[in-house]
Every structure is written in C-alpha cells, then in structure tokens.
Design a protein around this ligand. Structure first.
Ligand SMILES: C[S@@+](CC[C@H](N)C(=O)[O-])C[C@H]1O[C@@H](n2cnc3c(N)ncnc32)[C@H](O)[C@@H]1O
Length: 302
C-alpha cells in the first residue's frame, strides 16, 4: 500500500505509471535507449552484475530494506528496481524523467502498486512531500543532470531524519579523465539520435571489441581510451557469452554518446554538497568488487 504523501496529482496515468512530465525533456534519448535495450542489463541465470553492484555500493544487507520506503531516482530500465523487488522487502518508489519508466514497468510489473510505484518525473520537480524516505538511491544519474548542486539538494530533501542517501557517479580523476574518445566525440554525437548511433555502431561493435581485447593482450590497454566503446573489463561482465556481451557494449556505447549532459564529478565536491544539507558522511570513495570500481557516497541525515 502506498503510504508516501504526494502534494500534486499526475497529469496522466499510463500503464500504471504516474506521469508528471511531458515529452521534450533533456532525457528523451534515455527513453529511446532503455526501451530499445530494456532487458540487456537485467540480471539473469548467468549474469548477476546488477545484484553485485547494488549490494556492494549500498553496503546494506537485504533485511535493511524490510518495511522501508525507498526512493530510486533515475531508474532507467529498472535493473536496480528489479534487484530491490526480488531480494528485499522494501517498498519502492521509482522515478525517471524519460520514457524508460515504461521499460521499468515491463520488467517489474508483477509488483506494480503493491510494492512498486512508478513515476515519470524529474528530480527537480518530484511530486512527494519532503523528508519521507528511509533510503534514497541514485545510481548512474548525477553526471547526466544539468545542475549538480540543485540535483543534490533535491535528493537530500527527500531523505527523512536518520535516513540514508546513497549515490554513485562518474568520478573526475584529473584532466586525464576527459582525454578519452567519449569526451572528444560527444560534442558531435550528443546531437545524434539513439537510432542513428545504433545504426552507425551496430556493425562496427564486433571489430571494436576485438581491437579492445587485442590491445589488452599486448599490454597496451591504456590506448583503449581512444576507442569509441566503453572500457569493457572495468564496466561490463565479460563472461555472459558473445551475444549478450556485444549487446551490452553496444548499449554502453550509445549510453556514452547520446546523453545531453555527462560531467564527471570530484568526490570531494559532492561530499561537501551533501554535508551542507545536514548529513553525516558515512562513506565517500571508490568501492572495488570483482573487476569493477564504483565511486560511491553514503550519507545519513541528521
Ligand atoms: C545512465 S541512466 C542510469 C539508469 C539506472 N540507474 C542504471 O544504472 O541502470 C541515467 C538515468 O537517469 C535519468 N535522469 C537523468 N536526469 C534526470 C532527472 N532530472 N530526473 C529524473 N531522472 C533523470 C535518465 O532518464 C536515465 O534513465
């Protein structure tokens, strides 16, 4: 049962998704991306990457979610929504400003309006009254928002006293971070549609993956930053079979090039912004699990 109070009504309800935002938002490309690749990152029998990432980043156990109200901002196709629904007993309020909410609906509809409530809304204009959530989660979103300071403020406002805010984001590790095919090509590619990017990369992905592993083998992996694909070993579970690996690389390539905003952030800056909203910082830094590294901040509201 929904117990979180909302202060405004949706402009529409489609597929049980509460709609608070119209088309033509800066995140529209994400809607196309996550509906095209709606299942690609959802865990399955051979791939538990989202599960590993979720529990390593939150640092919480399954029982910590029992009877808690959790707000997820920027859910994409709902891979973490799926983990929370399958492995915890929390009530999940999941928000995204793009049509990816419909991919989330497709992936998680068996829990809709029982333990899952879906919203198409922006972090900047959430329909909830403030300070209600036990846990607010925001993974892979911050760098894609236009006003980082305001995004942090909006997240912090949703957390109740003694509640947790847990975020991850792309870190800025010095000027070297931006010397990368992604940031060199983005001024051009962010104007392209998901469809055009997919068409352009689809038949080049296999060869790009081969070059990537060839350079790794030659111990020249540092050159891979100039390939227009993600750093596969650090971001993608490679033991998922050829077909899924190829699909994951294509998805992450589009995810690199299509968003309107992509600004890696300094840990210290984000930590201070959260601290300024009356939070104690429980953890701020890098978390290593398997071959992956995530940049995570966990704060508790005083
Ligand atoms: C890279 S995806 C991450 C999706 C998911 N959290 C994951 O890690 O798989 C970023 C998501 O944040 C959403 N997003 C970006 N800006 C937003 C905003 N202002 N309000 C709500 N969602 C936003 C996008 O629509 C997109 O689905």
């Amino acid at each position: 049962m929904k117990i979180i109070k909302e202060y405004k009504k949706p402009i529409n309800i489609i597929n049980d998704v509460n709609i608070f935002i119209k088309e033509n938002y800066y995140t529209d490309s994400f809607g196309d991306q996550w509906n095209k690749f709606s299942k690609t990152q959802i865990d399955n029998k051979i791939n538990s990457h989202s599960y590993e990432r979720f529990f390593n980043e939150t640092g919480l156990g399954k029982k910590d979610f029992s009877n808690k109200n959790i707000l997820e901002i920027g859910s994409g196709a709902g891979r973490f929504t799926n983990i929370m629904l399958d492995h915890t007993e929390g009530n999940i309020y999941s928000v995204d400003s793009s049509n990816s909410v419909f991919a989330n609906y497709k992936n998680n509809k068996k829990h809709i309006n029982e333990r899952l409530y879906l919203y198409k809304a922006s972090i900047y204009d959430l329909p909830f009254e403030k300070s209600q959530f036990d846990i607010v989660i925001c993974f892979g979103v911050l760098q894609h928002t236009p006003d980082i300071k305001k995004s942090i403020k909006c997240l912090c406002e949703q957390v109740k006293k003694n509640g947790l805010l847990i975020i991850d984001f792309y870190p800025y590790n010095g000027f070297w971070t931006l010397i990368n095919a992604k940031y060199i090509l983005r001024p051009l590619t962010k104007k392209m549609s998901v469809k055009s990017l997919e068409k352009f990369f689809k038949n080049k992905i296999n060869i790009l993956i081969k070059i990537y592993f060839f350079l790794e083998k030659l111990k020249l992996g540092f050159l891979n930053r100039f390939l227009p694909i993600p750093d596969i070993k650090k971001t993608i579970p490679i033991n998922v079979g050829q077909k899924l690996l190829r699909e994951m690389v294509l998805l992450d390539t589009i995810d690199m090039f299509s968003p309107k905003f992509d600004k890696p952030q300094k840990i210290k800056k984000i930590k201070n912004l959260i601290f300024d909203h009356n939070f104690s910082i429980i953890f701020a830094g890098k978390i290593k699990y398997n071959s992956f590294i995530s940049t995570v901040i966990r704060g508790k509201k005083n």
